[in-house]
Design a protein around this ligand. Sequence first.
Ligand code: AHG
Ligand code: MN
Ligand code: MN
Length: 359
Amino acid sequence: MQQGRTTISKFLIEQLRGSEDQSDLAALLIDVTAAVKAIASMTAKGALGGFLGSLGTENVQGETQKKLDVLSNDAMIQACEWGGLVAGMASEEMDDPYMLAKEFERGPYLLVFDPLDGSSNIDVNVSVGTIFSVLRHGKIGDPTVADYLRPGVEQVAAGYAIYGPSTMMVLTVGKGTHGFTLDREIGNFILTHPDLQIPADTAEYAINSSNERFWEPPVQRYVAECKAGKTGDRGRDFNTRWIASMVADVHRILMRGGIFMYPKDAKDPSKPGRLRLMYEANPIAFIIEQAGGAASTGRGRILTVQPTSLHQRVPVMLGSRNEIERLERYHREYDSGEDKPFASPLFKDRSLYSDDLRA
Ligand code: AHG
Ligand code: MN
Ligand code: MN
């Protein structure tokens, strides 16, 4: 190893020394890095590995599973079930929580993950990722589904891996957000991005604009103002990016600021958003907040949402703090009736007319 470099194991052992979680949590996160290295190796082989394409099966959300979705899920289970560190695991690709094999000791944590995020990008060689969240089990024995349904504020660790031109892991144990880059020659993650900080202001936003007609008015208002740029209320130009891998969009935001939105939309009224609370929104919200950013549903902090089911969806808006606060204000103004489309300055001043119109 080159002198002066901090490996992920050394970093975690030092960060957790003296804490309640100490070596157990460090050991679990090191097991997660083993799965991430296996997934990095499969994604990097591309067509040569025979891993591309679909399996022809569907997950619990009715999405077609890619071969790599399932292989990545298996890699996480294999790397994390044997060590006596987890009591159970749940993931996007499994309808019900995974029950550990009988021979393995049950540990103090629950591991929840999205084994491959952005998997529609696998076949086109665009960055994908793995997202994970660690909760305390706090009981003896195998967990029930209800044991997993803890709000994001109770996470003891969260992170993601991004399989891009380089493979990186970004994680938090509640003491800042830190980034590590995989040195493939020595097979280890090295601390390269300590204490990431998201700038409070930005001129870059990410949203899938093809859904615009289904968004709620406060999101339409925000995006319309960004698009109006210098000539509109914001008085400056904005830029858009959309990778369709949340991990890749979030990684850009951690590197240079910006916001990411997957709001609630009316396309399928039974779904309050696209992204899943427990293994997408919560871990990413923890990372974003630990880097000085904000993560909201538009109407409240993501991390305080009480989950009611394992695969539940949630609206997501996260990144540079001042822009997320603005989005929350637009939601408040909309909910209180202050920003109805006809609430022009004229009507605002003449409450007689505006009250009539709002009735
Ligand atoms: P997954 O591949 O785990 O199902 O997640 C994909 C998610 C997220 O990563 C991304 O931001 C979003 O879905 C893309 O949605 P669109 O297809 O609407 O662009
Ligand atoms: Mn995902
Ligand atoms: Mn996925």
